[in-house]
Design a protein around this ligand. Structure first.
Ligand code: HAM
Length: 408
């Protein structure tokens, strides 16, 4: 879990501002849900036999009423819970987004943290491949704006029946190779054999590569959905690779799944991931409705942006007010308030000291200008404007002219 110091926070805010504008342009509206939920919600939504639920959730018992609660490991379950609870789909589909901290007790490394942050986007109540395409195309749009170019992998997981058929074949296949299974795989063989394919154990790779393919079990409707998605991506110039190994670490997905990946961040290269989850709303007690969405990891995206050419704007003060003398100090308060009223970011020096030491502070603040006020300036109701970032000479001006100058 990391602290976000002022330097970094400025970059986060610039990123968040870009993301908010981007989501507004696509007609998505922000929703905020609690950071705690009942543990059962995540078990039911993400799946009992997944890494997240088995190993990574921060869970505790609320001693006041004995309920088991968990820090949210992701945002889709909470979004669906809220959508059902407030009957948000009563008048048709909804485009929603959220951002905030998520918690997973993973082994920390670069790009993988125990508290990390996501921007999540969910389109609920829409069944067609056009929605899957919109979710993907809007990402590509954001990457352009951020000056990064992760690559897109897509896959289809088909529907319930084809997954059941595939599951039965997988179990038979892995049973026939019991000796080659690692402990995780043995444990998951009957509860969640699909998760075995997700294994990061190199010793399991060859066995997994030769395992029965879901692709071979897909029915026509799911295949038509997948090719319609590809046609829209193609029409819109979105390059992608079909990765039949892409199964995702959460159980709620069906049909389309996708990940945006980069090789520039080391092992944790997935910056954004999602897919369709048509069964989840009903499974959590709502009226059956289709849905799809994705979430991006803010820490990973910010590291990737750092490697690119776009610099996220970091704001600096417009002016730092330096003053010495009693009359000057009284006048400095008035000047600061006039500058701020005019929309200028102003730091008023506090703590006294010589002009020289105050000028050092002004410089360290990275302000564009120092506004110098001595008793002379105070008597004349003027200020001396000294540029700190270039070699232009300082000038003494009436206050209102100085404000106009700074605004320009
Ligand atoms: P996820 O793949 O578990 O999906 O996480 C989405 C993204 O969050 C990852 O691609 C990664 O960028 C970031 N992320 C995940 N774990 C960590 C971590 N420990 N440290 C840093 N970043 C991390 C979901 O969470 C789904 N709810 C996405 C979704 C939304 N599907 C449909 N709607």
């Amino acid at each position: 879990m990391n602290d976000c110091l002022p330097e970094t926070t400025a970059a986060w805010q610039a990123f968040e501002a870009i993301v908010r504008d981007w989501l507004r342009r696509y007609g998505y509206r922000e929703m905020r849900t609690p950071i705690l939920e009942h543990t059962g919600l995540f078990k039911r939504a993400i799946g009992e036999v997944t890494d997240i639920v088995e190993k990574e959730m921060y869970t505790f018992v609320d001693e006041l009423n004995g309920e088991s609660l968990a820090l949210r490991p992701e945002g889709t379950a909470s979004s669906v819970r809220a959508v059902i609870q407030h009957n948000l789909l009563y008048d048709g589909g909804k485009r929603l987004w959220y951002a905030g901290p998520m918690f997973r007790h993973e082994r920390p490394q670069k790009g993988r943290y125990r508290q990390f942050h996501q921007v999540g986007v969910e389109a609920l109540g829409f069944a067609g491949p056009d929605t899957d395409a919109e979710l993907i195309i809007m990402c590509a749009d954001l990457w352009r704006e951020l000056g990064i170019s992760p690559s897109l992998q897509i896959n289809t997981l088909g529907d319930h029946e084809s997954r059941q058929r595939h599951r039965a074949k997988l179990i038979a296949y892995f049973e026939a190779h019991q000796d080659a299974l690692d402990d995780d795989a043995k444990r998951r063989l009957h509860s969640n054999p699909l998760r075995i394919l997700d294994s990061k154990n190199p010793a399991m790779q060859a066995l997994n590569d030769a395992a029965p393919k879901l692709m071979d079990e897909l029915d026509e409707a799911a295949l038509a959905h997948f090719s319609a998605l590809q046609a829209i991506l193609h029409d819109n110039g979105i390059a992608y690779e079909i990765n039949p190994r892409l199964v995702r670490g959460l159980d709620y997905y069906n049909r389309t799944v996708f990940e945006w990946v980069t090789d520039q961040l080391g092992a944790q290269g997935t910056v954004c991931a999602g897919g369709r989850y048509d069964g989840l709303i009903e499974q959590l007690g709502g009226k059956s409705a289709p849905a799809a969405g994705f979430a991006m990891g803010i820490e990973r995206l910010l590291s990737l942006i750092e490697t690119g050419s776009v610099k996220l704007a970091v704001s600096v003060p417009d002016a730092y007010i330096v003053h010495a003398g009693e009359a000057a100090q009284a006048y400095a308060w008035k000047v600061a308030s006039a500058l701020r009223a005019a929309g200028l970011d102003t730091v008023l020096h506090c703590g006294g000291g010589s002009f020289k030491s105050q000028m050092k502070k002004a410089d360290a603040s990275r302000a564009r200008y120092a506004l110098i006020i001595g008793d002379d300036e105070a008597a004349a109701q003027q200020v001396t404007l000294k540029p700190l970032r270039d070699t232009v000479e300082q000038t003494r001006l009436e206050l209102n002219l100085a404000i106009e100058y700074l605004q320009r």
